[in-house]
Design a protein around this ligand. Structure first.
Ligand SMILES: [Fe+2]
Length: 392
């Protein structure tokens, strides 16, 4: 078999997609048949503002009509934190829950994954989070069946083995990573994203594109399969994001963004993210700024580092973004400008005094990200990225 030499690990890799994916406009209307054998006692995890939407109410009623008991848990936090997960675990443990149905954005789905762990395991949820210098505790017991129905197009959490949490005591944000928390079923119904506000559509879309781009740049982890999926997401998302922001009811554009998010999620499941996400998580842990906004700020800066400083031409990335003659960093920068996404840290309310903490945390607990790149990054590179996201 002949592989392109672009891919370092082409000679040997495995493909494992543990999630059964149902994709399509109106797919959630078939929830009763999709969940037929998924369990009898359902914990429905969602947000209060979603429950009043007819489509979400319809899903809840369909699950009840299918003969399942439904216990409702509302996620109040915009970005899930470990203390809320522990609290939910204390409240819910002892209930005979064998199905966890998450309906919402990435925060809700990640929260539901984490709750699935504390329902069946002792100890604080942060024990199961891992990062540089802190190995994660392993699961021993079987988890409930996790089913995810995304209402945003961004995190791809409906297919990933990750649940990202904030620890407010430590001021850190990091992930639980295990194939056991990848949802068994993902119902990706773009119709559910139509009510998403413009700003959320923009920054969740940026997250989806960042997943695809960062996984594509993660040379040590990338495989031909993850790269193919990532390039498909980049091509689709770069075109669809401006369209969906012009008209949020555009069925094709909403479907394309749901597809981008799904592909981005699959790409990071296989090849991980990179320093852009690492710095975004550090910032999120310190400030609670929405994940998509922090990711948006760092992505063009990371690309600029690779192109301007390391002189990497990144031709496949340029072409996938739509213009093979323009640097990828410039194309992402222009796209963000067009759709009104933040490009600098002050736009997120970050002051100069916080830069040293961001730098230190990136090199400390996010140290893994230094090698998740086409070139091994050094501490000076973190300073360069920070200088790019500061107004000139
Ligand atoms: Fe992300």
């Amino acid at each position: 078999m002949v592989f392109s030499m672009t891919y370092k690990r082409a000679a040997s890799f495995s493909i494992h997609v543990p999630t059964c994916i149902e994709f399509g406009w109106g797919a959630s209307e078939r929830i009763d048949e999709l969940l037929l054998d998924a369990g009898r006692h359902c914990l429905l995890v969602t947000q209060a503002n979603l429950l009043s939407l007819p489509a979400i109410d319809g899903i809840r009623k369909a699950v009840e009509a299918a003969g399942k008991t439904v216990h409702l848990h509302i996620v109040a936090e915009e970005e899930p934190d470990s203390a809320s997960v522990d609290r939910a675990g204390r409240e819910l443990r002892g209930q005979p829950i064998d199905l966890v149905l998450a309906i919402g954005g990435g925060s809700v789905i990640d929260f539901a994954k984490a709750v699935s762990i504390v329902l069946t395991h002792e100890g604080p949820i942060w024990d199961y989070v891992g990062y540089t210098g802190k190995p994660a505790r392993q699961f021993e017991n079987q988890l409930p069946t996790i089913v995810a129905v995304p209402t945003t197009s961004g995190t791809g959490s409906e297919v990933t083995p990750y649940a990202v949490l904030i620890n407010n005591k430590l001021g850190r944000k990091a992930a639980i990573s295990s194939p056991l928390i990848a949802p068994k079923v993902a119902i990706v119904d773009p119709e559910l994203t139509v009510t998403m506000p413009v700003e959320v559509t923009a920054y969740t879309g940026a997250d989806a594109l960042a997943h695809a781009i960062e996984s594509f740049l993660n040379a040590p982890m990338r495989t031909p399969f993850s790269a193919m999926v990532a390039l498909e997401a980049i091509r689709t998302g770069a075109k669809a994001l401006p369209d969906v922001l012009k008209d949020g009811t555009d069925r094709q554009a909403r479907s394309a963004m749901a597809w981008t998010s799904l592909m981005g999620g699959l790409a990071i499941s296989m090849a991980g993210t990179g320093v852009g996400h690492a710095m975004a998580e550090v910032l999120g842990g310190l400030t609670h700024v929405a994940h998509g906004k922090t990711v948006a700020v760092f992505l063009p800066a990371v690309l600029r580092l690779l192109e301007d400083y390391y002189k990497l031409p990144l031709p496949m990335l340029r072409a996938a973004l739509g213009d093979g003659s323009r640097p990828a960093s410039e194309q992402v920068w222009l796209l963000w400008q067009e759709v009104g996404l933040p490009l600098t840290l002050p736009e997120l309310g970050v002051g100069q005094g916080e830069l040293s903490q961001i730098r230190q945390d990136t090199l400390d607990y996010m140290g893994w990200a230094m090698s998740a790149s086409p070139v091994a990054l050094q501490s000076d590179d973190v300073d360069r990225i920070l200088s790019y996201v500061w107004p000139e």
